[in-house]
Write a protein that binds this ligand. Structure first.
Ligand SMILES: *Cc1c(COP(=O)(O)O)cnc(C)c1O
Length: 476
């Protein structure tokens, strides 16, 4: 048996990557407006407030760690997307970013539709009164139960992701005596990440059906004669219990420009044209998915919904005119771009450990159980001392959690005031998306609450887990 030991400790671990953090900001107390929820501010005494409420009082009332969500900001973002796309398009909020019944009600009131991708999300949506016809069901491996329930409830569309699923949904709809509206999810050979996208010949991922393949070859417009997507269209059109309403494409996440969507729309319209030529039908809908980026740090510069809507509409119109097609109804599915910027996580500092010549490790009372994105994706966040202002100089810090794992990092590189001390409150902005929804019980951590704040009032919309909750699942 062979064993190897790795030298442990920060001196042997990662060396500071070049350019991973920028110079300290001129004013550590300043809150960058692009990164924080709209109603976040500092009082003259120095404490951070949201919706007019001081984080010190919020921490006292709701404890830490906790997510505080700016309801006015959430609703404003819903309206901005809704207004930007207008009456001839649909905005589906991607529920996986963050979903609870209060959020469903806000979406309903603000006129948005909702994407779900599991029975749990569907149940939450229906329990909060979202009309089934405004729900779309996603997922690459929907169970028979999920499919049956979605069809039975009458969801507005099911997005088909495989040949097996075409048969399963057709079967469920037939058994229930229904005709189910469906879209086919295609992979267009575009992968977008943050500031760049890659157009690939092969769609090496689990989602969707490839446009490319067969006689048409990869990549070109309409070059899908023999591709799986074209074959899926053929099969769906033959099934009486399915109504094919459109083609769906989702190219990635945290995207900052529309060039990836341009390639995707070009290729999707190529398929629409082929469908018309082959079957004599013009499909009425095109869904370009979500993935629009937000500002996690002041370096990120996302576009406004107005600009995105105009760009996507122009692209689709141009492509369809070029192909001699009537412009289909457009839909988009922002998740992160709506909820991401609206919340911050509030933590209490437990320990401050300076490592000479390196940085200071600041331990907070949460970690990878409430925000796994740093560990999972090397995501970047910023952080601010929230319970008070400080005139101390900058201290290069790493904000870490309390879990038994050295990768338990919340903010890899941050400048915090050098007088930081146990008991101070830290706030990490832009944690509204994929933080609570990906939260876990590692080390039997209790998942934090989500507190909605609006006009000087705060209310829990998702309560903190308790030890009782943990023990209830453990049947002994
Ligand atoms: C995840 C997902 C979205 C939302 O992505 P965001 O990056 O949160 O905008 C939209 N559509 C589909 C199909 C998804 O899987």
């Amino acid at each position: 048996m062979s064993r190897s030991a790795h030298p442990a400790g920060p001196r042997y671990a990662d060396v500071l990557p070049e350019g991973h953090y920028s110079a300290p900001p001129a004013d550590l107390n300043q809150l960058d407006q692009g990164v924080w929820a709209r109603t976040v501010a500092r009082t003259p005494e120095g404490a951070v407030t949201v919706g007019g409420l001081d984080v010190q009082q919020l921490a006292e009332e709701f404890g830490t760690p906790a997510y505080f969500l700016d309801e006015a900001d959430f609703r404003a973002r819903c309206r901005a997307w809704r207004d930007a796309f207008g009456a001839d398009a649909d905005v589906f909020y991607a529920g996986k970013a963050f979903l609870c019944r209060a959020v469903v009600r806000w979406l309903h009131e603000e006129g948005l539709n909702l994407d779900v991708c599991s029975l749990g999300e569907l149940t939450t949506a229906l329990a909060a009164g979202m009309p089934a016809e405004r729900i779309a069901m996603h997922g690459n491996n929907k169970s028979s139960e999920e499919i049956h329930r979605a069809v039975e409830e009458g969801v507005g569309r099911i997005v088909l992701d495989s040949f097996q699923e075409i048969a399963r949904v057709a079967h469920a709809a037939a058994a229930l005596g229904k005709r189910q509206r469906v879209q086919i999810r295609v992979t267009v050979g575009v992968e977008a990440h943050t500031h760049e996208f890659i157009a690939t010949a092969h769609e090496d991922q689990k989602f969707g059906l490839a446009l490319a393949g067969g006689a048409g070859g990869a990549g070109g417009a309409g070059g899908a004669a023999g591709g799986p997507a074209a074959e899926a269209v053929r099969r769906v059109l033959q099934l009486d219990s399915l109504e094919l309403v459109g083609i769906h494409s989702h190219i990635g996440s945290q995207i900052f420009d529309t060039s990836g969507f341009e390639v995707a729309a070009h290729r999707v319209v190529g398929l629409l044209r082929q469908v018309r030529d082959e079957h004599g039908v013009e499909l009425p809908e095109i869904d370009l998915g979500g993935g629009l980026g937000i500002a996690y740090t002041p370096d990120d510069d996302p576009s406004e919904p107005q600009e995105i809507a105009k760009a996507l509409r122009d692209i689709v119109t141009r492509e369809c005119e070029g192909a001699g097609l009537t412009v289909p109804r457009l839909s988009v599915e922002p998740g992160r771009a709506i909820v991401g910027p609206t919340a911050f996580t509030l933590y209490e500092v437990g320990t401050v450990k300076p490592l000479d010549g390196l940085r200071t490790y600041v331990s907070v009372d949460g970690g990878m159980s409430d925000n796994i994105r740093t560990a999972l994706y090397d995501a970047e966040y910023t952080v601010a001392l929230a319970s008070r202002a400080s005139t101390a100089g900058p201290m290069l810090s790493r904000v870490v959690g309390k879990h038994c794992e050295s990768g338990d990092i919340v903010v890899r590189d941050a400048f915090l005031p050098a007088d930081l001390a146990p008991g101070d409150l830290l706030a990490v902005p832009a944690t509204g998306a994929y933080c609570r929804s990906m939260a876990n019980n590692y080390n039997h951590a209790l998942r934090p609450p989500v507190v909605a704040v609006r006009d000087g009032a705060a209310r829990v919309i998702l309560r903190r887990e308790t030890e009782e909750d943990l023990l209830r699942l453990d049947v002994g």
